[in-house]
Design a protein around this ligand. Structure first.
Ligand SMILES: [Fe+2]
Length: 171
């Protein structure tokens, strides 16, 4: 169902481009995941986890800001209700994801200083794994949104092409 009220929608081409350009973010995610796969502080130093998770937090702040600015837009005149609801949900999710990774980064620092706390550190590794799953689900839902918005655009262009050919045939 198409709604004419002003809502949020996705700019599929820009959102896709932002994702393709952000290899550093995806590399950081995978490097941090190894701390969950090899949960041994003697093999993978907790200080490295802290450095990487702080870098990830900063990268995500930039990534989400770019996506919110160029990947989504408000005031779309003709938006499918499902696309609008999903766009709103995913754009709002950026804040929750950012707050979660910022909290993990802060708690890791607390596990390291002033005294090493193994329990707090292990809990943050577990939290990171849950964060990783949530982030993957978010990315996957945004890719689905890009595909469905691109398909809707294609359909709209196709139908407007068909109707303009029909109009010109009439004349
Ligand atoms: Fe996103």
């Amino acid at each position: 169902m198409i709604s004419n009220s002003r809502q949020v929608t996705v700019n599929a081409a820009f959102l896709k481009e932002i994702k393709e350009d952000n290899l550093r973010l995806y590399n950081l995610m995978e490097n941090l995941r190894t701390f969950w796969l090899v949960p041994d502080p003697l093999t993978l130093k907790p200080e490295w986890f802290s450095v990487l998770v702080n870098e990830l937090r900063d990268q995500l702040a930039m990534h989400f800001a770019l996506e919110a600015t160029f990947g989504y837009f408000d005031h779309a005149d003709q938006v499918d209700a499902l696309t609008a609801a999903e766009s709103q949900r995913l754009r709002d999710q950026h804040e929750d994801l950012y707050l979660e990774i910022a909290s993990i980064a802060e708690q890791v620092e607390e596990a390291l200083y002033p005294e090493w706390n193994q329990t707090t550190y292990a809990a943050q590794i577990e939290r990171f794994d849950q964060f990783y799953q949530k982030f993957q689900q978010h990315e996957s839902a945004e890719f689905d949104l890009i595909m469905s918005a691109s398909y809707e655009n294609f359909k709209r262009m196709y139908h407007s092409g068909v109707s303009s050919k029909a109009d010109s045939a009439r004349w």
